[in-house]
Design a binder for this molecule. Structure first.
Ligand code: CO
Length: 134
């Protein structure tokens, strides 16, 4: 069912510093920072030949990544994003198999303008999984 790895997301407390590490130390192509107020984060995308890295920085008072950064003050891998051809078909199939979809279960528009959903880490090997409609 799942297709390509769309991106791997890393939560950080200082996205400018993290961008500098990826641009200047690792020599990657790094986008500008974009605020995503609907998701409570700011994002930067790093383009790699075979996938992307999404840097996430908290935005606003109750950012969904605030607790994660309390536990991981140096930052850390936050989620993986897999592409699916149809997000509602994927959701319904996963729910029928007992997987928990976070939030109200309805896809939201993600950082790339495409519908996304998040799946409970306890159902997926301890990893928060984002699905994005390809
Ligand atoms: Co993501």
């Amino acid at each position: 069912m799942i297709g390509r790895l769309n991106h791997l997301a890393i939560a950080v407390s200082d996205i400018a510093k993290a961008s500098k590490v990826y641009r200047d130390t690792l020599g990657a192509e790094v986008s500008a920072k974009v605020a995503q107020p609907d998701h409570g984060v700011s994002t930067v995308f790093i383009s790699l030949p075979n996938t992307k890295i999404e840097l996430l920085e908290p935005l606003g008072v109750d950012s969904p990544i605030a607790k994660f950064l309390e536990r991981n003050p140096d930052g850390g891998i936050h989620h993986v994003c897999y592409e699916v051809p149809d997000i509602r078909i994927a959701r319904d199939k996963l729910k029928a198999l007992g997987a928990r979809v976070l939030g109200d279960g309805e896809p939201k528009i993600g950082a790339h303008g495409r519908p996304v959903l998040f799946l409970h880490p306890k159902d997926f090997c301890g990893t928060l999984v984002e699905l994005e409609q390809a």
